[in-house]
Design a protein around this ligand. Structure first.
Ligand code: PLP
Length: 464
């Protein structure tokens, strides 16, 4: 194949025109599309998995093949009735920014490699800090998601609590470092423990703080601290949506060598709303915060932020030196991120906030919370048992014993009107509903409720 031919301006324009048609068709089909994928991974792999091609083929053929086979294997999670895990869609401005960013193909690692990315990251960061009410001098990294945000923030934490004991862990490692006491709530997110492992602190070295019935870490049950320690709190329990009492925990922890971290993957965005942000009061007193942009801010994957009050701690943990690196001028993105070369994901964060504005972000959060309340009300009204206080955008519901609930979940997923996952809560199987998409309307909630309740009646009829 002659590559040049396919890179001529005409064919690029033609190719992108085809992308536009195919993508628009997909997006327009979302509201009525079955939420569950039509094909499974094995079938797709068979359909696409011919032998390694010796010769390539035109890009438009590659695109057609990918779209015609591949779109059968998509979950309509960008659509309005996907309530699985905690999943945002993509607001139009963020999707648009993602497309132009892909065309620009910027390397966001440095101001030299992309002035626009560096500039937009700085603005987006300032806006995020203001929206979330976090200290404006915080340092931050634009990372792939809350897992890596937890990683970057906790690397800064590790550095800082050990430095208080004269150990520069980033230089000398953990070999002669004092042991760090790790504290987390019973209900802390699984990624926190993975991060402890990645940081050489061990997944299982944790002091568990008991949680209350909503999954909130009990501030009165913290251990006594002696020596370096990291306390991982959570704002937005992935099941119940509940917030740990971070303010009270910060008040209880005064030692220089104890660091309070907040995993606020989605819950942190409640701070954009006066109404739903109240339980997150006091979290600005913590030392670091991890959050996602691809959940509640509704930007495309993959996007999260690690925010650290002591910008130097994050910079010292993450920066690197090499002869080819530029002289530092302003904020150099590579000083803060675990990655070096990376895509310009700050553009989408900027675009989402630019298009929504402060009021629009608050409205998005409040709309999702109101939808969750309507879900709970509709389910309770039909005699289903809602297990959590619906304080945010998450609902946990049981339909009887574990077997019945599992069967309802299975049928809801197969039906495809909407998609909800399963979880365990208080020793029981529950269906988990998370309303996190900008695209969800009141009609979508009513339609989903009707589908779920129809299935519940069917299952009860069979079981009863
Ligand atoms: C989703 C989530 C994570 C992990 O986020 P990723 O974006 O998947 O890396 C961590 N903590 C909490 C509380 C979450 O909800």
């Amino acid at each position: 194949m002659i590559v040049d031919k396919h890179q001529s301006p005409e064919s690029i324009r033609e190719l992108l025109g085809e992308v536009l048609d195919r993508a628009a068709w997909f997006l327009e089909s979302l509201p009525e599309r079955r939420v569950t994928a039509a094909s499974g991974a094995d079938d797709l792999a068979r359909a696409l998995g011919e032998a390694l091609p010796r010769r390539g083929k035109p890009a438009s053929e590659v695109l057609a093949q990918l779209d015609e086979i591949g779109s059968q294997g998509t979950v309509a999670s960008a659509g309005p009735r996907y309530f699985g895990f905690v999943t945002g869609g993509a607001v139009p401005a963020a999707l648009a920014a993602n497309w132009i960013a892909a065309a620009w193909d910027q390397n966001a690692f440095s101001e030299v490699s992309s002035p626009i990315s560096a500039a937009v990251e700085s603005i987006a960061l300032r806006w995020v800090l203001e929206l979330l009410g976090l200290p404006e001098t915080s340092g931050a990294a634009f990372v792939t998601g809350a897992t890596m945000a937890n990683f970057a923030a906790l690397a800064a934490a590790r550095r800082s609590v050990l430095l208080a004991h004269g150990c520069d862990v980033d230089r000398t490692g953990l070999h002669r470092a004092p042991e760090i006491t790790l504290v987390a709530g019973e209900q802390a997110h699984a990624t926190v423990f993975k991060v402890f492992g990645m940081l050489g602190l061990g997944r299982e070295q944790v002091i568990w703080v008991p949680a209350d019935g909503q999954g909130r870490m009990r501030a009165d049950a913290l251990p006594k601290f002696a020596g370096p320690a990291i306390v991982c709190t959570q704002v937005g329990n992935v099941n119940s949506g509940a917030f740990d009492p971070v303010g009270a925990i910060c008040d209880a922890v005064k030692q220089e060598d104890v660091w309070v971290h907040v995993d606020g993957a989605f819950g942190l965005w409640a701070r954009a709303s006066r109404k739903f942000g109240a339980p997150a009061e006091g979290i600005e007193r913590a030392d670091s915060w991890a959050t996602d942009a691809h959940k509640w801010l509704n930007v495309p994957y993959d996007s999260g932020l690690a925010i650290v009050r002591d910008a130097d701690a994050l910079r010292s943990a993450m920066s690197l030196e090499a002869a080819y690196l530029p002289e530092r001028g302003g904020r150099e993105p590579f000083d803060y991120t675990p990655e070096s070369s990376r895509r310009a994901r700050g553009l989408e964060v900027w675009a989402a906030i630019a298009s929504l504005g402060r009021d629009g972000v608050a409205d998005l959060v409040e709309r999702c919370c109101r939808h969750a309340q309507r879900f709970a009300e509709g389910l309770r009204g039909a005699g289903c048992e809602v297990l959590n206080d619906v304080v945010l955008n998450q609902v946990l519901v049981c339909f009887g014993d574990d077997r019945t609930t599992s069967e309802v979940i299975r049928r809801v997923q197969r039906d495809g009107t909407c998609w909800c996952g399963g979880t365990r809560w208080g020793g029981r199987t529950a269906m988990h509903i998370s309303v996190s998409s900008w695209a969800t309307t009141s009609d979508d909630i009513e339609r989903s409720l009707a589908a779920i309740l129809g299935i519940v009646r069917g299952v009860r009829g069979e079981c009863g």
